[in-house]
Design a protein. Sequence first.
Lengths: 371, 311
Amino acid sequence: MHNGAALDSEPGASSRGSRSTSVRLILEVRQTLPFWKRGLFLFGALGLGLTFSVGILSLAGVPPQQLTLEFVEALNGESLRAVLVQMAPLVLVGLSASLAFRIGFWNLGLEGQMVFGGIFATAISIYEIGPAPARLIIMGAAAALGGAVWCLIAGVLKIGFRVNEIISTLLLNYIAGYFLLHLLYGSWQDARSAFPQSTPFRQFERIPHLQVEISYGLIVAIAAVIVAIWIVHLSRIGFYMKYLSANPIMAGVMGFPTRRVLLFTTAVSGACSGLAGFINIAGQEGRLTQSFASGYVFSGVLIGFLSRNDPIVVLIISFLLATLYIVGQTLQVFYQIPFSMVQMIEAVIVMCVACSEFLVRHRIRLIGRLH
Amino acid sequence: MSEFVANWLAAVPANAVPYALAALGLIISERSGVLNLTAEGLMLVGALVGIGVSITLGGFAGVALGVAMAAAAAVSLLFVVMVVVLRVNQVIAGLSIVFFCQGLTGLLGIVAHWQNKQVPGLGILTFRPFLEIPIIGRFLFAQDAVVYLTVAIFFLVNWWLSSTITGLRTRAVGESPSAADAAGISVPFYRALAIVIGSLLIGLAGAYMSVVNVKLWVPGMTGGRGWIAVALVVFARWRPWSAFFGAILFGCIEAIIPYVGAAGVRVPQYLMLMTPYAATLAVMMWVGITQRGINNEPGALGQPHVREERH
């Protein structure tokens, strides 16, 4: 182990020429780090990210005190209900991202998969497939299928044509988006509406609202979390997934079904996103709209990244992110702050946490040379 | 028919320039071993700043393009800090920069009231006698200055990467950072240099789109061209001139979209708008089939260099 290499190879540092300085910074690779210190760095980074975000928002005209009030407000009564409703799709896209990231498959096509989930579910409604009582379940299954198919395209392209999934999934988002517009400005447009949206779903095709705070959408999402926990921690596939992410070449050499694991994971990941799309249209919008999936890609990446791909942590992060979404919607109404602001805050937080990992992996020490 | 082809070809360079410059910027960065996904975001920064400067000064497209390049390079310093100094995962760093820039440019555009304001753009340079050449006359000899500048930049970058000591060192850092490090080449310095130079070009690509092509700022106006440029780099196998011809190919596809409807061919509009993305996927599949077993990507692409971890 070559410890104690100086930071003097950095572009700005000039210590190379001045050996006579008595104190210098050195960088060491850490072998271990106590749990509490790791947590300290994580929360420090989150705090730093939020501070930056508050700074940017106050420059844009939102006073910080008001912002705090909005966050307190968001966790009260009617708003809390909105937060929990918003949480359901976030949990599902978070699961979608974290399952794929687990095997090193960068699924950035969450929006496209949500769109196809929505399209498949709406097709069931438009062509009136299945009896009325079972309609909602059929729509949900169709949405999962649609998302899975759209994500499998990227998986097949990766295995069969060695197309990098970062590129293919991102491009498939745009293709899905234009296909959605094609339908909504074309044959699926509601004849009684000037907007690009489908005819509203019938009453039995909507996810019913419960009197309590928890919506059915959230119940579906929590069920998905339980299935994901089973897949990741208990099933044989989960064991293969761990191997595949640790060392894909080794996994191949040992005869693990790496291709099948990849295809299975992409399908499950896509199905989660498809369900998220279904929950958004059948729970909130009540019809297929133009923008029901927009902005979810980076939310999924954030949840996957911050949760370290752990399904239970996905729930916690999704709750916090849902709060941010609701606050973002309030700011949009009262301060004309564009909703892409939420995405920017997400990006700032991811940047800060990613940078804090430098401290988790390295120790910076001052070495004093006494001359 | 020849009239149609001449019109179509004349519109190709303006559509190809953003792809070409963005892909070239990415190639420079990736040749130094840094997997760069920031193009989509930095193009937006260039596009917004270019329009902003143009509105503030009332014209002066050249100045606007220059300031936009500097702005994109300034934002890329954030990426430099993340991937070169702090060794963050390059995919996560690139993605967060893109979404950061999307949010930031959306917000700034509204706060500064730069949305939907027309700017004068850039004049077209014509070379009189050559315009009469059938079909390719206007394609080659009636374009704006940036088109010609782009060709010059390609010559310059190709020469820099293949024939200068700094260019060779940049490539060495990308192929084998630890060997380069042992030879006394500063890996962080050359990676930072490559990212910043590349980002200048990406910023120019974005500013060209807004200031010269569209002459407006619309939030998210790059519409995935930055991602297509990322694909173009793979398609070009990290070689500048291949990226140039790839960009012309995509310029052709994009330029034909408005003409198809005008020519009376009944193709659904939104399916037509899909073609650049679908074509990119098709091209990527073609690369996968034809270049099986050929691996000429930079050896250390995507791997942070941690000097303290070398064995």
